[in-house]
Design a protein around this ligand. Structure first.
Ligand code: IVH
Length: 706
């Protein structure tokens, strides 16, 4: 087996340090020499895009990135003759296209043959050896991305055309939308390798996190959510408004070079002799390719073992994979083996177990959320999908029910993709026997009986009774949740229990719980009460953005809460802010601004804030106007190793990043701190050997960050 030990990256560590420093420097520049600054901005923005989309390690905060981008736009407006065709600003499309022209692919885009088990793979390996006329075959194994297939053509190093797969022979030309995808370089140094024109194939994907956040936002805005990351990716490619495409944060993985021509007199570069080297080349030129996730094997038994192991880890990847693709590594051997009209003979997909199953829709519950929105939830007969048993699935709103024509008693197709929430794809209408019943949406709140209302532009029906008991409990549940004030031990079930028992009636009540009422309550021994008291106490010191998010202001998500918190020294300053002033803040539009104004204008909300302050909850932001890069750990890099017992690795990493530090993937001279848990192994050894890394215990780390 051959592993990628050294992956040549687009940038050396020295480049990375320089570009990061350059970014900070450029932010402060007023600019005498526009041309030079423009070139530097161009480099820095491309670097930030590559770090974010290809490496999945953001270096700059959103506001730093935007400031650099705006600066470049400004300089280009002043100096139009200096605008480069591959400037990052040129991704931003000027207008809306009417439709997408049909184009033919240079080489047909074939599909893949599928295998499902060890026997299938063993058969395929036997056929490969017969076709290749040798037993000496190297197989590359890489993820099979579940997205939308695309073809990219680069002419003389510049992105010239992007097209969807279509029927494999003809696709739709979507270059303008492809240019919005910041993972895809607008230009690359192909000419250096003597490559004049090249067609690259790959998949447009959307990260599961981005997809979930996007859907949450849609539902909050009263729109229907998109079905799954795959549909979201392919649908987005065909949106007519490129600025909307840009907002959706698509990503890409490029896994195949389908054809290329050389410049006159050039001979084929050594990098284009094997698939493995070709993808490594793409990666080194800045493309997102599977190179870091790729393995090479010489025996099918090892491929099979790897496939089994990988299937168990599929949820660890940030995007959806529905299998692995096994490819003969040597291009000359691939050519010899050829293709059918449907698929190449030198490649095969190993498909993971399906994440779809059918079940029966037995009933629909109607739940009242924090904002009063009524969510229909389908109760289905228990069905096992992707390692969990699914019994209820959100239907989001009435429109979803009507669009899909769902009925009680229907057999439904349910999909659950990894950590993406389960979803009803469609009813199987052909299995209906006439006994199915219409789903009747309630006209009154299931909790307080008030009449429900629906705004013309919204998909949600709402209960607008401010004293609706379910909404009150939901407010508290949101306040204590992990992304808000993070009060562990006071999860949804306990809040509801406390609420029903009159122990907790509103948010400030959290800080005045009558602990004697908990005596004898199941699940509340002395130890858990002490832990809960500690968690409540700790929440008083949470940063202001978490409090603002926890207050549950409509349309204020985590990012907006950070923007808001960063603009004041004390949350009560918002009492005097009007919508115009709020609209000057980044990413705050009129809808959010008016919701924030309404919230802080209400006497009962001010009363809640006052009570929280009186209880000792932090209402201040001492770091007003600072961004993470200016934080206490700015410029410091960390790595965690071994079994950590005092905190979760993801939480600790977030702590570092919140304070402006960065997380590295391995021990190197660039690493400042290695935090070691129990049974730390080779990383600790390496750090000791280097002698330049500060080695911290978990306690020392906590002391440092606090
Ligand atoms: S190779 C001739 N590699 O899966 C080359 N395809 O089900 C054929 N896909 O049409 C494609 N990940 O859209 C290849 N690593 C990967 C892939 C991949 C996803 C898609 C591709 C293909 C489909 C077949």
């Amino acid at each position: 087996m051959r592993l990628f030990i050294l992956l040549c990256s687009m940038y050396t560590p020295q480049d990375e340090k320089r570009l990061y420093e350059q970014a900070k420097y450029l932010l402060k520049q007023d600019g005498e020499n526009a041309e030079e600054i423009m070139v530097q901005l161009h480099d820095v923005i491309n670097y930030a895009d590559w770090k974010y989309y290809v490496q999945n390690q953001p270096t700059l905060s959103d506001s730093e990135y935007d400031a650099l981008f705006k600066k470049l736009v400004h300089l280009e407006e002043k100096n139009p003759e200096l605008v480069a065709a591959d400037s990052p600003t040129q991704r931003v499309a000027k207008g809306l296209s009417e439709r997408f022209p049909t184009v033919s692919h240079l080489v047909p885009m074939l599909s893949l043959d599928n295998t499902y088990n060890a026997d299938d793979l063993t058969d395929w390996d036997r056929r490969c050896r017969e076709l290749a006329g040798t037993d000496d075959i190297e197989y590359c194994v890489e993820p099979k991305y579940d997205g939308a297939g695309i073809s990219l053509i680069y002419d003389n190093g510049a992105l010239a055309r992007g097209a969807t797969r279509g029927d494999g022979v003809m696709g739709e030309e979507v270059t303008t939308n492809i240019r919005q995808i910041r993972a895809i370089p607008l230009s690359a140094a192909f000419l250096k390798y003597g490559v004049k024109q090249i067609e690259i194939r790959g998949e447009i994907v959307i990260h599961k996190k981005v997809f979930d956040a996007f859907n949450k936002q849609r539902v909050a805005e009263g729109l229907s959510p998109l079905a799954n990351p795959r549909n979201a990716a392919s649908g987005t490619l065909r949106i007519l408004d490129p600025s909307e495409v840009r907002k959706r944060g698509l990503n890409a993985l490029l896994y195949h070079i389908s054809s290329y021509t050389l410049t006159e007199g050039a001979s084929r570069p050594a990098e284009l002799a094997t698939h493995y080297d070709a993808l490594k080349l793409l990666y080194s030129l800045g493309f997102p390719s599977p190179a870091p996730d790729m393995k090479v094997f010489t025996h099918i038994e090892d491929v099979i073992k790897y496939c089994h192991d990988f299937e168990g880890r599929r949820d660890d990847l940030p995007f959806e994979v529905d299998g692995l693709v096994i490819k003969v590594n040597d291009f000359a051997m691939q050519d010899k083996m050829g293709a059918t009209s449907h698929h190449p003979r030198w490649a095969v997909a190993y498909k993971f177990k399906a994440r779809q199953a059918t079940s029966k829709l037995s009933d629909v519950d109607f739940q009242v959320g924090r904002t009063g929105a009524i969510t229909p939830v389908a109760k289905i007969e228990p069905v096992h999908i992707g390692g969990v048993t699914v019994t209820s699935v959100s239907l989001f709103n009435e429109d979803v029910i009507r669009e899909k024509d769902l009925r009680i008693g229907d057999t439904v197709l349910v999909e659950r993709a990894g950590d993406v929430i389960p979803y009803i794809v469609k009813p199987l209408a052909e299995l209906r026997d006439g006994s199915e019943r219409e789903i009747v949406f309630p006209t009154h709140c299931p909790a307080c009986e008030s009449k429900l209302e629906r705004q013309p532009e919204e998909a949600a029906w709402r209960c607008i009774n401010i004293n609706c008991p379910v909404q009150l409990a939901e407010h508290i549940i949101h306040y204590v949740s992990k992304d808000a004030m993070d009060i562990r031990g006071l999860g949804a079930a306990n809040v509801q229990k406390f609420y029903d028992l009159d122990i907790l009636k509103d948010i400030p009540g959290i800080y005045h719980i009558d602990w004697s009422k908990l005596k004898g309550l199941e699940g509340f021994g002395e130890k858990s009460i002490t832990n809960l008291q500690q968690a409540i106490e700790q929440s008083k010191r949470q940063p202001l953005n978490r409090l603002i998010f926890g207050l549950g202001i409509r349309f204020v998500g985590e990012t907006t809460a950070k923007t808001l918190a960063n603009s004041v020294s004390d949350v009560r300053e918002f009492y005097t802010w009007d919508a115009d002033r709020l609209s000057t803040l980044e990413d705050i539009g009129p809808k959010v601004a008016s919701s924030v104004v309404d919230f802080f204008a209400r006497e009962e909300n001010r009363e809640v804030i006052k009570k929280l302050g009186d209880a000792g909850v932090n209402l201040l932001n001492e770091h007003k106007g600072e961004s993470a890069a200016d934080g206490e750990l700015a410029g410091k890099s960390f790595l965690f190793t071994g079994t950590l017992s005092h905190f979760k690795r993801s939480d600790a990493e977030k702590m570092v990043e919140d304070k402006g530090g960065s997380i590295l993937g391995g021990v190197s001279a660039k690493l400042n701190y290695l935090v070691v848990g129990e049974d730390a192994g080779s990383k600790l050894e390496k750090a000791k050997k280097l002698g330049t890394v500060n080695i911290l215990t978990e306690q020392e780390f906590l002391a440092l960050v606090n």
